[in-house]
Design a protein around this ligand. Structure first.
Ligand code: KIV
Length: 272
């Protein structure tokens, strides 16, 4: 049984706004390479985010700060080659859009031109308004990202839930309104109280995609390595694991090692 309300041959930014209007939830996952993106696209995931979480899960950095624009373009290019249906959104990495709007536009243009992706995502509200404006004016779709914004981790000092305090919740609500008004096509809300996220989703017409933001929003996103159970030491409350690939892969590698050591592999049938 299909749970999609309408079949979309290709997901566009407009399809996502339609999904929200029709009450259909949006499914988004990260991917950073060709093989994974091919599976994600084939499984009917609406949006693939080439997230700067690649800095953590692909490169092993502690934060998302070190990944470069060239590295993001490399990941995005590999993902775009794999897709038939999903919308591909690429994170503008730390340092590629904060200092001035012209640089932000140059970075967004490089992503769109060199990778063939469909949209960019960037973190922040009013602070990066001019950069967002410039990118949108060039015809590049922008997804916002509010709440816990990992590129500002050294300002926050911790990965705990954001916007519990009234003043921060008010700022988040006004930033979300601003992003809608400016013409962003969607906004990610990360690690904020579920009630606040619901209120934001109900107050704007563009989709709100949550991660650790409860079920009152218009869609969900997870980091693919986390939901597949590859990062078993990472256990936030919002994470649901749909597989235990850490265990599965460890078993496979151990079996392979044993077969090689015992000279069980390759067998007669597996040689020429
Ligand atoms: O980089 C990323 O994976 C993200 C998601 C957590 C939304 O921004």
């Amino acid at each position: 049984m299909s749970i999609a309300k309408k079949e979309y041959k290709r997901i566009t930014t407009k399809s996502l706004v339609d999904m929200k209007a029709n009450g259909e939830k949006i499914a988004m996952l990260t991917a950073y390479d060709f093989s994974m993106a091919k599976i994600v696209d084939g499984a009917g995931i609406d949006v693939i985010l080439v997230g700067d979480s690649a800095s953590n899960v692909m490169a092993g950095h502690e934060t998302t700060l070190p990944i470069t624009l060239d590295q993001m373009i490399y990941h995005a290019t590999s993902v775009v080659r794999a897709i038939n249906r999903s919308l591909v959104v690429v994170d503008l990495p730390f340092g590629s859009y904060q200092s001035d709007p012209k640089e932000a536009l140059r970075s967004a243009i490089r992503i769109m031109k060199e990778s063939g992706a469909h949209a960019v995502k960037l973190e922040g509200g009013k602070e990066v308004k001019d950069s967002i404006k410039r990118i949108l004016h060039a015809g590049i779709p922008v997804m916002g990202h509010l709440g816990l914004t990992p590129q500002s981790i050294y300002k926050f000092g911790t990965y705990t839930v954001r916007a519990r305090e009234e003043h921060e919740a008010e700022k988040l609500k006004s930033d979300a309104k601003m992003l809608e008004k400016m013409g962003c096509f969607a906004v990610v809300l990360e690690k904020v109280p579920a009630e606040l996220a619901r209120e934001v989703a109900e107050s704007i017409s563009i989709p709100v995609i949550g991660i650790g933001a409860g079920n009152g929003v218009d869609g969900q996103v997870l980091v693919i390595h986390d939901m597949l159970g590859m990062t078993h030491e990472f256990n936030p409350r919002f994470l649901r694991r749909y597989a235990d690939l850490h265990a599965e892969m460890t078993k496979a590698f151990q079996n392979y090692r044993d077969d090689v050591k015992n000279q069980d592999f390759p067998s007669e049938e597996e040689q020429y």
